[in-house]
Write a new protein. Structure first.
Length: 316
């Protein structure tokens, strides 16, 4: 930064805001001798903002803060796919973006940026539970569910709440280098660095929620992952033609049957890596991927790391 003044950070708290997301955004940049930042927490209007799970936030500032801030952080909130973003909030964000403000969203806060059209044509992420919903609602966004955060330059998005810390540390690293970022990480008792490309440790790689069509077939397939699960075999189990099965399955889940099978196999491999001492080759056979080479390739493409690295990180 070329200015001698502190970098201004505005934290925009919206209805249903989650306490952890708000706390991360406000606390990481809190003013102290070692931190060249100044933070203001705001809402659409000054006053009380009703949060999630019975919490409420008393904010002293309104949307004028977005005109003041150099960086704007939007914490996550509940029910993002069904929440209508205020036109005033969207306009204030677009105006801030047009003048060059940096805008970042933690977790489901990405839905607000999406509603404001700030993510159109860009790669972005959000909490893994809502990636399918974001992809459906905003097809113009390249949603990546397998990363901790995405830095698209002026606009950044992060995954689940804890990855908001990684996003904030990344912003500090961009502004002042790795030294200050690591200093803040130590103060937060956080890992000094997790790259944005590292995968979210998702409970499941399969998108949620899934539709009801062929639920019994999916349940059957999960019990037979080590078998040869071809499209024909799945369609036979569902008692429909392969063409009909493929069309209806994709419409119901958002992914093709064979993509779903591959993700289910990778999910099962993750469970075995977490709970057993089986070798990579044994796990590959148990989940129906055949060889350790196949497992490493597909595990890396979906999870973003190797099976061995995943096992090591999970048990650290």
């Amino acid at each position: 930064m070329t200015s001698s003044r502190n970098h201004r950070v505005g934290v925009l708290v919206l209805d249903g805001a989650k306490a952890l997301d708000v706390g991360i955004a406000a606390h990481v940049f809190a003013k102290r001798p070692s931190m060249p930042y100044e933070v203001r927490v705001c809402g659409e209007h000054p006053g009380t903002v009703e949060g999630w799970n019975g919490l409420a936030y008393a904010v002293s500032h309104g949307l004028e803060t977005l005109a003041w801030a150099d960086t704007i952080l939007v914490p996550g909130y509940r029910n993002p796919a069904d929440t209508r973003t205020s036109p005033k909030v969207m306009e204030a964000l677009r105006t801030a973006y047009a003048r060059g403000a940096r805008i970042a969203a933690i977790s489901t806060g990405a839905f607000t940026l999406a509603a404001a059209k700030l993510l159109d044509g860009k790669r972005a992420t959000t909490h893994w539970h809502y990636t399918h919903a974001m992809r459906e609602k905003y097809p113009e966004i390249a949603v990546d569910e397998n990363v901790l955060f995405v830095d698209a330059g002026q606009v950044l998005t992060s995954a689940g709440a804890a990855s908001g810390i990684d996003l904030c540390l990344h912003l500090i690293r961009r502004d002042h280098g790795v030294g200050l970022a690591n200093h803040v990480a130590r103060r937060l008792v956080s890992a000094p660095y997790r790259s944005g490309g590292q995968a979210q440790y998702l409970p499941h790689s399969i998108p949620e929620p899934l539709g009801d069509a062929f639920a019994h077939t999916r349940a059957w397939a999960l019990e037979h992952l080590r078998d040869d699960l071809t499209l024909t075999a799945l369609a036979r189990q569902a008692n429909v033609s392969p063409r009909t099965f493929s069309r209806r399955f994709t419409a119901d889940t958002g992914i093709t049957p064979m993509q779903w099978v591959l993700r289910a196999r990778v999910d099962h491999a993750r469970e075995l890596l977490e709970r057993t001492d089986l070798t990579i080759t044994q796990i590959a056979g148990a989940v129906g991927l055949g060889t350790d080479t196949n497992l490493r390739r597909h595990f890396g493409s979906i999870i973003g790391t190797s099976p061995s690295a995943y096992r090591q990180a999970f048990h650290e």
